[in-house]
Design a protein around this ligand. Structure first.
Ligand code: KG4
Ligand code: ZN
Length: 360
């Protein structure tokens, strides 16, 4: 029996999970997965404040550890290896989770595994429910699309990853968050925009799809296009630059119809680019499997349109389950268990790396 305890503290979610795999059994069992969201603490700032995030991790982590071991009904001494996200992410937040995992590993004389947050997302589509099976990571093209990352990776097998493309400016989730802020919607912006987009007309506004001839992404032009569109479509308001800024801060002056149409048009511009580049990459790299993960992959329209495109092209598609899309420790425990089984182990002297790369 192998039991892994993992912590995730790379950004604004504190997560602790315990995953167990029985010897000779082909399945693993998620014994506990606790997540404390800090959305409320950051929403008034319209984004994550690193200092606030790390203080909250320090407050939440001990009680989540206790809750996780209680609901898993397991003592810490029975854990076989301790893991934590060691990058990429906010330095002061990464420090909290890795320090706790290292301390536990040293204290109980067990191995420590430093896990790349992006590998947690990348492998999460293979984590099927609470019973994650005897998974083989088949070659695939993987789209990781979150608040910090928009990355296409060619996956050969566990640990063998090649970068296809990534954003040269804003990540897709960041664009959702920034446009939601412009529209006066709450943080995080993705779910807010998705909610309004449901009743909107996606063809109402013609917004840019950037860098279509590249394998990289760019979303800041789209955000700027929305920024400049706002004063033109808001009723009876001046279009001078000063008024424009004021408008960006008082977007509720858009009526509900316009807001819904703008959200739908913006969301469609992002979905179009993500789907098109992912399908092109899958064709080019000759895989028959496409995977998608990360916070933005919660978006129902993205999941639907990517799945439809994959069916048309004859590719299988695996989407991370919605509860695994936003940051959590279950995906880190899963990556750690796979790595542990494959013989990986980290040194407790290994430092965090806020810019840790997954693939080059
Ligand atoms: O993976 P995640 O929890 O954190 C990072 O690793 O960055 O992703 C958070 C991001 C936020 O930008 C949020 O707005 C976006 O995921 N997001 C969504 C949706 N749910 C969360 N974007 C679009 N549609 C959604 N339903
Ligand atoms: Zn993430």
């Amino acid at each position: 029996m192998k039991t892994i305890l993992a912590l995730e503290t790379s950004c604004d979610e504190t997560g602790v999970a315990i995953l167990r795999r029985r010897n000779g059994d082909s399945t693993s069992e998620l014994l506990a997965s606790e997540v404390a969201s800090q959305i409320a603490a950051h929403s008034k700032y319209g984004g994550v404040v690193p200092e606030v995030a790390s203080r909250n991790h320090l407050v939440y982590a001990p009680s989540l550890l206790e809750r996780a071991t209680r609901s898993a009904n397991i003592g810490l001494s029975k854990v076989d290896a301790f893991a934590a996200t060691s990058g990429p992410g906010l330095a002061s937040s990464l420090m909290i989770g890795t320090s706790i995992a290292k301390g536990l590993a040293i204290g109980f004389g067990k191995p420590y595994l430093a896990i790349n947050h992006l590998e947690g997302h990348l492998l999460s589509p293979f984590f099927a429910g609470t019973d994650c099976g005897d998974v083989q990571i088949r070659p695939n093209v993987s789209l990781i699309v979150s608040g910090g990352h928009t990355t296409l990776i060619q996956v050969q097998r566990l640990g063998d990853y090649k970068l296809i493309g990534r954003t040269v400016d804003d990540a897709a989730g960041e664009a959702f968050d920034k446009v939601a802020k412009l529209l006066g919607l709450g943080y995080p912006g993705g779910p807010q925009i998705e909610k309004r987009a449901k009743s909107g007309d996606r063809n109402r506004f013609d917004l840019p799809r950037s860098m279509l001839d590249s394998e990289n992404f760019s979303f800041s032009g789209l955000k700027t296009a929305v920024r400049y569109l706002l004063p033109k479509i808001a009723n009876g308001l001046s279009q001078t630059p000063g008024e424009e800024r004021r408008l960006g801060q008082t977007p509720h002056e858009l009526d509900e119809r316009l807001l819904a149409d703008l959200c739908a048009s913006f969301q469609q511009a992002i979905v179009d680019v993500l789907v098109r580049k992912t399908i092109e990459a899958a064709r080019k790299y000759g895989v028959d499997l496409v995977t998608i993960s990360g916070g933005v992959s919660c978006n129902q329209e993205l999941r639907k349109q990517l799945s439809e495109a994959c069916v048309r092209e004859g590719f299988e598609v695996k989407c991370a389950e919605p509860w695994l899309c936003t940051d959590n420790a279950a995906m880190i425990a899963f990556a750690a268990l796979m790595r542990y089984r494959a013989g990986f182990e980290s040194k407790v002297t290994e430092e965090i790396d806020p810019n840790l790369a997954l693939a080059i």
